[in-house]
Design a protein around this ligand. Structure first.
Ligand code: PGA
Length: 248
């Protein structure tokens, strides 16, 4: 079993002062646990949080990147800019990017490839909508997203897949443990066609969508769940660390 990763996606929340306080509390409370911690603040707080986390063992990630190294891309942030301020990871293809910004699997793949080339690790997000779940096409949808978004250069040390059903994000609704296990085992078998057997078996698969300290224990025990991508509950150090302490 790969070591669990508990990743906090702070989304578009907080200012510098709250980011500093939250990162400091996570750094102070994180060292004794049997998982890796990663926080992904907004771009504007990355430099500050990078300083707070220095030498703490808590990893730093961004929430998006551009696929180009530099150039005329107003408002975008390159991989080199992220490594320059100490990022280890970048999230790509979050469902909010896919829906708010029309990001396709091909675009997500190009961002992930650029991130890997530039020395970042990636969390590639996938997940079905509520109507896809209801119409029985969830497995096929997620399979298409994984195959379409995964760069050829992905391996188990530079890539993490986060399964986040769109209907579970920020809603308090969570799939059954049977549904989570079924999807994670499916993603694991899809990876066998895309990577070497050993990489497919050891690539970390995170579950995301309304994870909180109350439901974390049972979610983190589902088949082939190797951690969590946490939104709302990552904005309080106490609940974020409690999710980490729930890792088996
Ligand atoms: P949530 O968000 O934990 O608030 O549901 C998860 C995510 O979008 O990564």
């Amino acid at each position: 079993m790969p070591k669990a990763l508990i990743a906090g996606n702070w989304k578009m929340n907080g200012d510098i002062a709250t980011a500093r306080e939250l990162a400091g509390a996570i750094a102070a409370g994180s060292d004794a646990h049997a998982c890796d911690y990663l926080v992904c603040p907004p771009f504007t707080a990355l430099t500050e949080v990078s300083g707070v986390l220095a030498d703490s063992g808590v990893l730093l990630g961004a929430q998006d990147c551009h696929s180009a190294a530099s150039g005329a891309h107003t408002g975008d942030v390159s991989v080199g800019m992220l490594t320059d301020i100490g990022c280890h990871y970048v999230i790509v293809g979050h469902s909010e990017r896919r829906s708010d910004h029309g990001e396709s699997n091909a675009l997500v793949k190009s961002k992930a490839a650029a991130a890997l080339k530039g020395g970042l690790s990636v969390i590639i997000c996938v997940g079905e909508s509520e109507s896809e779940r209801e119409s029985g096409t969830a497995l096929a949808t997620v399979e298409r997203q994984v195959v379409g978004s995964l760069p050829e250069t992905s391996n188990s040390t530079n890539t993490v897949i986060a399964y986040e059903p769109v209907w579970a994000i920020g809603t308090g609704k969570v799939p059954t443990t049977a549904q989570i296990s079924e999807m994670h085992l499916h993603i694991s078998s899809v990876l066998e066609n895309e990577m070497s057997d050993s990489d497919a078996a050891s690539t970390r698969l995170l579950y995301g969508g309304s994870v909180n300290p109350e439901n974390a224990t049972e979610i983190l025990r589902c088949s082939r769940v190797n951690g969590a991508l946490v939104g709302g509950a990552s904005l309080k150090a106490e609940s974020f660390l409690a999710i980490g302490q729930s890792c088996p």
